[in-house]
Design a protein around this ligand. Structure first.
Ligand SMILES: [Fe+2]
Ligand SMILES: [Fe+2]
Length: 345
């Protein structure tokens, strides 16, 4: 180590690691405080806008925010599994990955906290059922349960458990694809696209501020996930036997997830007449472009094409149109109430 260099020496930590850089960015930029944010901006303006919305407009927001709060909660719960997975002997180095995973865990907890504060103080009329813990016999919010996102978060838990519990490179690739490409990279970023359109007609200032901080954090999480996947792909391409099948797993998972994501996109737009003008087709195109950038430009998957991906999205679009989401929400509302009563609420 060169003691005369302007940066202090490090011992076992590799400062040149991308994971270290991401961690350091989280330490510097990820320090926003959800409680301070709501205190500074206040709920009043958002409440006023919210009260002025028609019921179908409120419903559109509620469908979007339901999957955000349940999604943030689900990724926060699974962050502990990522911390474990990155210590896998299938990676050459773990320290810097573990450091970043600890930042990711804190940030996902904070995102959950922000949405919890927001719906409990602004969107109360649309979330009469919300407080049950999915880990304590509860279920997700009925709106989340009714769409692909709910299924996707359950799948995420299974995949992350498999990866963390002594998973091989294929298990790790599948879990990372679902979490960082599917949930964070397409479902969440597609959600930002939707909320930006919805904000044109219904500007919810505090909500927008929270989303800005959250999307900046998520950018780092996605970069981290793509780095992890690139490492695994590199080893597969080197011909190491344990890593064979990694690209295939990434592709299979991406295709499975596009089904859940497209269903969710339809659920928050066309299914209820899209009162705040998101435009389902624009949303699907946005999601496909995001996925294409990650799968084909960044990871350079050589076992699939963008056209195959679009075909999977198109199949899911067709399927979504036959769904009775409203009926399913009602069913889950009954289940939710029964569980709440059982919990002695
Ligand atoms: Fe998040
Ligand atoms: Fe995230």
């Amino acid at each position: 180590m060169d003691a005369s260099a302007s940066e202090p020496a490090t011992g076992r930590i590799d400062r040149d690691s991308t994971y270290y850089e991401l961690y350091q960015k989280s330490v510097e930029l990820g320090t926003w405080d959800a409680e301070k944010l709501v205190e500074k901006v206040g709920f009043e303006e958002d409440r006023e806008v919210w009260e002025g919305l028609d019921d179908d407009e409120k419903e559109q927001w509620a469908r979007l925010i339901a999957y955000f709060i349940d999604g943030e909660h689900a990724v926060a719960q699974d962050a502990r599994r990522i911390m474990k997975t990155v210590s896998s002997p299938y990676f050459d180095r773990s320290i810097e990955k573990e450091m970043f995973a600890s930042a990711l865990a804190l940030e996902e907890a904070k995102h959950t906290q922000f949405f919890d504060l927001y719906i409990s103080n602004v969107m109360t009329d649309k979330f009469p059922q919300y407080e049950l813990d999915t880990r304590r016999g509860g279920i997700q919010i009925p709106r989340t349960e009714a769409c692909g996102a709910g299924e996707m978060f359950e799948r995420q838990g299974t995949l992350q458990a498999q990866a963390a519990d002594g998973g091989d490179p294929v298990d790790i690739a599948r879990a990372a694809t679902n979490y960082h490409i599917g949930v964070e990279g397409v479902l969440a970023r597609g959600g930002y696209f939707a909320k930006n359109r919805m904000m044109q007609e219904a500007p919810l200032t505090l909500l927008n501020k929270g989303f800005q901080f959250i999307s900046t954090d998520e950018g780092r999480h996605i970069t981290f996930g793509l780095e992890v996947l690139e490492e695994l792909i590199e080893k597969e391409k080197e011909g190491l036997p344990a890593y064979q099948g990694v690209q295939n797993a990434i592709w299979e998972q991406a295709v499975e997830d596009v089904g859940y994501i497209t269903d969710t996109g339809y659920f928050i737009t066309a299914d209820l007449g899209d009162p705040l003008d998101v435009d389902f087709d624009d949303l699907v195109n946005r999601g496909a472009r995001l996925a294409g950038d990650m799968l084909f430009d960044t990871l350079e998957l050589d076992n699939a094409t963008a056209r195959d991906y679009m075909q999977a999205a198109a199949d899911a679009m067709e399927e979504a149109q036959g769904n009775d989401y409203g009926g399913v929400i009602e069913q889950y509302e009954h289940i939710y109430d029964a569980k709440r009563q059982a919990a002695g609420d």
